[in-house]
Design a protein around this ligand. Structure first.
Ligand code: GSH
Length: 225
């Protein structure tokens, strides 16, 4: 199976991390998002949405990180995507929770406009307003994640066993470290992230992304949560 990916992509890394941890061999093909390769005809023919990740399994092609995680877990009969209906529904619920409101407000609202020059708003007032709105919304999602989705008694977002929802959610959450989010004020998120960071392949998969944690291109006054 081949994965079209980019090493900084928040939606590629959960797939890469899960595959590495589960011992699923993938052939990796880099799509250079920084030079706009995703808009060139060759990749547009592979994914007309111009996004990574894309999985190819023979002549079957699949986009969307959540769908790819589910497919890989199913093909490998992984415990990270349980088959019992209630447990599976809970994993699906958490995946959707991360992939919709949380991703939109935390990553696209608060973080990306600060760390990716192409997502910075040209107008300073618009930039500040975008980040302030994302920050306010993110605060609400983080409270829900800390107090309800994880809570004081669980190690992961669906209970005490790791699932594919943890792979997706933790990589999104990790983006916050680029803008110095004070995750320490959320004890359950902190415990969960420490569990994820202890995974054998966490550091290697996040290696290229780490350079964004030292770049100065941030709106300092608006970064802290
Ligand atoms: N909903 C998609 C989102 C994929 C996505 O946002 N990919 C980004 C990288 S994290 C991308 O390829 N962006 C390139 C572009 O939009 O130009 C998924 O979950 O896979």
């Amino acid at each position: 199976m081949k994965l079209y990916y980019h090493p900084v992509s928040t939606t590629s890394r959960p797939v890469m991390l899960f595959a590495a941890e589960a011992g699923i061999p993938l052939e990796y093909q880099l799509v250079d998002l920084q030079t706009g390769e995703q808009y060139q005809p060759a990749f547009s023919a592979i994914n007309p949405s111009h996004q990574v990740p894309v999985l190819e399994d023979g002549d079957f092609r699949l986009t969307e990180s959540s769908a790819i995680l589910k497919y890989l877990a199913d093909m490998n009969v992984s415990d990270a995507y349980p088959s019992a209906p209630h447990m599976r529904a809970r994993v699906n619920e958490r995946l959707d929770w991360f992939n919709t409101g949380f991703y939109r407000d935390f990553c696209y609202g608060l973080i990306y406009p600060q760390i990716f020059p192409t997502m910075r708003r040209a107008d300073e007032a618009v930039q500040a307003g975008t980040i302030a709105y994302g920050r306010d919304k993110a605060l609400g999602w983080l409270k829900v994640l800390d107090e309800h989705l994880i809570g004081p008694h669980h190690d992961y977002v669906c209970g005490n066993a790791i699932t594919i929802a943890d792979y997706l959610g933790s990589v999104m959450m990790y983006s916050g470290e680029c803008v110095s989010c004070k995750i320490g004020v959320y004890p359950n998120i902190t415990r969960w992230m420490n569990n994820m960071k202890a995974l054998k392949h966490w550091s290697k998969i996040n290696e290229v992304f780490h350079k964004y944690m030292i770049e100065p291109n941030r709106d300092k006054a608006l970064t802290a949560l």
